[in-house]
Design a protein around this ligand. Structure first.
Ligand SMILES: [Zn+2]
Length: 114
């Protein structure tokens, strides 16, 4: 169980392509529980991770289902530009990217590690 002070520090690093996705997620979550506290947003293994403060038990099922829905959606949206994308393993890292940014990232890694 998180203490209130543990979520007072917000750490948000939203990949540019997911800004609209995160904004829509936030909007829907506010409708479920207007007092919810956003704790952290980041990209991990190519997918969106959305962390929040404590949610009342009676709202938790609906709340976390909505979070999960948006986390799932992130695997179909390029994290760089917001166009349709898919999960790709480039080098040792996972990214969700469109064709253009997938190629660009592969190229960048090749040059960097060559
Ligand atoms: Zn892209």
């Amino acid at each position: 169980m998180l203490e209130a002070h543990a979520v007072s520090h917000t750490n948000v690093e939203i990949p540019p392509g997911w800004r609209d996705l995160v904004a829509e997620c936030h909007k829907q979550l506010l409708q479920i529980y207007p007092e919810y506290k956003l704790s952290q947003v980041k990209e991990k293994f190519g997918g969106l991770r959305y962390y929040v403060g404590p949610i009342p038990k009676d709202l938790a099922t609906q709340f976390y289902a909505t979070v999960g829905e948006f986390e799932d959606k992130s695997y179909q949206i390029c994290q760089v530009c917001g166009e349709p994308g898919h999960l790709q393993l480039i080098g040792t890292w996972y990214y969700t990217l469109c064709q253009v940014h997938g190629d660009e990232t592969s190229e960048w890694r090749k040059n960097r590690w060559a």
